[in-house]
Design a protein around this ligand. Structure first.
Ligand code: NAD
Ligand SMILES: O=CCc1c[nH]cn1
Length: 485
């Protein structure tokens, strides 16, 4: 390994790397080769306690700083992250297998954007003055306390920063548990935050499987839980958090519709469908995996899509020419292969792809199924891999009803040149994050999140502040108190 992928120790707690080899083994596997590139351990209860104690102490001091001082630390961290973008991107590629071509522009950069954004707005996080005649009231925006972040494996740096940045800006501390599949990147974020001036213990990283996540969310020291993960995990975490009335943010899975009307610009629609299905080898929560194509454009769409897919460069993710990498793990590859088999068995027409590539690592070629119907498994369940399902439609009302016929509601997209139709359709799609003539943009200035089973709360933008702070209302009487007796 030309890069050091073995961290000094498994966990970053109270400003130092710590190890407890009594924890379950947690090997880190490079998806492009299947090699073990680091050996970590899951946190024991002792490590969890140390992290929560450190966060509790650090939060008290951090909350006393002025928001401007807190913001400066985050802004400095953003700057350091940008300076180290190349190394962070290489590490993200080792963690996830995503091509360096992607990680250089979409991971540490997105994390830096979040730190910069929340650093910038920290000093604007005020309460309000409420005039009530002679009397008045005011509100104070207060932190929640210790927040727990739990991550999925597809965007390890971005997910850690999308949670840490608003949490810290609001005066909270955080204990972050990365996915057991991609545990490396968050450790670097912890180092950088401290280098930027965050007090020791403000942002801690503890490794582990679901049991460590469970131990964190049931701990009474924790005020809030922000999970990025699947719907089944979200259900468990949300209900566990509810027992102690903890605040939650749930960023969960999806099966999002992308609707392409006859009048759409063909190349833009094809480009949108590629971004909605094959970036990060299809491992993006918001992906538009149900591609509804109006009948008049269907054949041209499929032809152009196949042509463009033949230009995908599948290979070594560290080679910057590569634009399509492996799946994150053997397990995820096997799950996707299972869905490919179901698609064929249920009568969908495989246009191209779906083959395991004859090389080490977990590579599948990008797959397109046509003639998919609404009842097929590949049109109903989240696959989280490079499998596009193309469904035909004729009428606008019909496609809106079919697009909404899902338990999920993370994202939706529309391609059309008719601007009135674009907004009319988007207005009726039940999804939290939508796109017009585009797909999968995730700027930090725009709230991100889902409706229905896809989640609760929003990440990014000013909206995230509501989920990492609470208001104290203070009524002020200026005159005498009039009591009935
Ligand atoms: N909406 C979003 O922003 C978003 C972003 C990325 C990924 N995702 C979703 O994440 C899923 C893929 O990620 P995954 O396979 O890592 O998801 P997952 O649900 O298996 O795991 C997510 C995290 O939860 C932890 N966990 C598991 N059981 C737990 C429990 N009982 N208590 C506490 N923590 C527990 C895991 O260790 C992991 O860190 C997909 O469904 C994808 O759509 C959503
Ligand atoms: O995986 C979901 C979060 C996301 C969407 N686009 C970039 N990151």
């Amino acid at each position: 390994m030309p890069y050091a992928t073995q961290p000094e120790a498994s966990h970053y707690v109270a400003g130092a790397y710590i190890e407890d080899s009594a924890g379950d083994a947690l090997p880190v596997i490079y998806p492009a080769t299947g090699e073990v590139i680091a050996n970590l351990h899951a946190a024991t209860q002792e490590v969890i306690d140390r992290a929560l104690d450190a966060a509790t102490e650090a939060q008290k001091e951090w909350a006393k700083l002025s928001p401007r001082e807190r913001g400066r630390v985050l802004t400095r961290a953003a700057q350091i992250l940008r300076e180290r973008n190349h190394d962070m991107s290489v590490l993200e590629t080792y963690d996830t297998g995503k091509p360096l071509q992607e990680t250089l522009v979409a991971d540490a950069t997105s994390a830096a954007d979040a730190l910069e954004y929340f650093g910038g707005i920290a000093n604007g996080l005020t309460g309000e003055h409420i005039p009530l005649g002679e009397d008045w009231a005011y509100t104070i925006r207060e932190p929640l306390g210790v927040c727990v972040g739990i991550g999925a494996w597809n965007y390890p740096t971005q997910i850690a920063a999308w949670k840490a940045a608003p949490a810290l800006a609001c005066g909270n501390a955080m204990v972050f548990k990365p996915s057991e599949v991609t545990p490396l990147c968050a450790l670097k974020l912890a180092e950088i935050l401290e280098e930027a001036g965050a007090p020791k213990g403000l942002f801690n990283v503890v490794q582990g499987y679901g049991a460590v996540g469970h131990a964190l969310i049931t701990d009474p020291r924790v005020a809030k839980v922000s999970l990025t993960g699947s719907v089944p995990t979200g259900r468990k975490v949300y209900s566990t958090a509810a027992e102690q009335m903890k605040h939650v943010t749930m960023e969960l899975g999806g099966k999002s519709p992308l609707v392409i009307f006859d009048d759409a610009d063909l190349d833009n629609a094809v480009g949108g469908a590629i971004l909605a299905n094959f970036y990060s080898s299809g491992q993006i929560c918001s992906n538009g995996t149900r591609v509804f194509v109006q009948k008049g454009i269907k054949e041209a769409f499929l032809k152009r899509l196949s042509e463009r897919l033949s230009q995908a460069i599948i290979g070594d993710p560290m080679d910057e020419e590569t634009n399509f990498g492996p799946m994150v793990s053997e397990r995820q590859m096997e799950i996707v292969k299972g869905y490919l088999a179901k698609g064929l068995a249920e009568g969908a027409r495989l246009i191209t792809g779906g083959d395991q590539v004859d090389r080490p690592g977990y590579y599948l070629t990008p797959a397109i199924f046509a003639d998919v119907t609404d009842d097929m498994t590949i049109a109903r369940e989240e696959i989280f891999g490079p499998v596009m399902a193309v469904l035909d439609f004729e009428e606008e009302d019909e496609v809106i009803a079919r697009a909404n016929d899902t338990e999920f509601g993370l994202s939706a997209g529309v391609f059309t040149r008719d601007i009135s139709r674009a907004h009319r359709v988007i207005g009726q799609l039940r999804a939290g994050t939508c796109f017009v003539n585009s797909y999968n943009d995730a700027p930090v200035e725009m709230p991100f999140g889902g409706v229905k089973m896809s989640g609760v709360g929003r990440e990014n933008a000013k909206a995230a502040i509501e989920h990492y702070s609470q208001l104290k209302s203070v009524y002020v009487r200026m005159g005498d108190v009039e009591a009935p007796f």
